[in-house]
Design a protein around this ligand. Structure first.
Ligand SMILES: CC(C)(COP(=O)(O)OP(=O)(O)OC[C@H]1O[C@@H](n2cnc3c(N)ncnc32)[C@H](O)[C@@H]1OP(=O)(O)O)[C@@H](O)C(=O)NCCC(=O)NCCS
Length: 205
């Protein structure tokens, strides 16, 4: 499905034909967390936290400016994030999870999220993006296993599902060994503490 862009809002040929509401891609916001986590649970199941790629994200923040939400009718319908890693000593990004609400699939939302995220990563000067996923889907964005044969993940993975895209030619030429996280630590959400009640003494101070 071909996606068409009109200013900051993306819509698709299917959306135009069927009068479905268009969708927008914007930077992820802190307020997206509940809807994003619910979408990921629905898309990958509760066991998603045990997946190998999660070891590259545990306790880390996504790469600066590289977490996006797809919004339709004010509702979060898609998510994608990228993370700093070292690919055997070579700086790179790992992409994932990518998910689109089941009610909005096959409208091009996933493709637009991918294109937007990859363009943003390239604009920020990143050299390569790695992911674990189906080549049948990700090959349309240029991902192949050509540069991942010498790389491994910190857990079980299928060799033919470890894919990469060079945003800069040759960026992964010397990538050999374990992929490990290098992103900054995630900030813990602050507990909500009620302010102390004002007493006569504090009012007077
Ligand atoms: C994968 C996913 C993000 C695609 O989102 P989407 O908005 O439907 O994607 P698009 O509309 O851009 O593309 C849809 C096309 O990709 C195909 N596709 C989706 N997942 C695929 C897969 N795993 N392998 C091959 N093709 C796939 C669809 O069949 C569809 O094909 P068509 O255009 O010929 O009809 C979405 O299906 C999803 O969230 N799946 C569950 C989570 C998941 O598997 N994430 C990816 C991890 S590998």
């Amino acid at each position: 499905m071909t996606a068409l862009r009109t200013s900051a809002v993306w819509t698709t040929a299917a959306a135009l034909a069927s009068d479905t509401a268009p969708f927008a891609i914007r930077a992820e916001r802190a307020s997206d967390v509940a809807a994003r986590e619910a979408l990921l649970d629905a898309s990958f199941g509760e066991g998603r936290h045990a997946r190998t790629c999660q070891r590259l994200r545990d306790g880390r923040a996504p790469a600066e400016g590289l977490a996006f939400s797809a919004i339709r009718n004010g509702r979060l319908i898609g998510t994608v994030r990228l993370w700093h890693v070292s690919a055997g000593g070579v700086p790179a990004l790992v992409l994932g999870p990518l998910a689109v609400d089941a009610s909005c699939r096959k409208l091009g939302v996933g493709a637009v999220l991918m294109s937007h995220a990859l363009a943003a990563a390239k604009a920020r000067g990143h050299g390569a993006v790695i992911l674990r996923g189906d080549a049948a889907y990700y090959s349309r964005f240029g991902f192949t296993a050509a540069k991942t044969g010498e790389l491994s993940l910190p857990g079980p993975f299928e060799r033919d599902r470890l894919l990469a895209l060079e945003l800069r030619d040759g960026a992964l030429n010397d990538a050999w060994g374990m992929i490990v996280p290098t992103g900054s630590k995630a900030r813990r959400p602050r507990p909500r503490v009620a302010p102390p009640a004002r007493t006569a003494a504090t009012r007077a101070a």
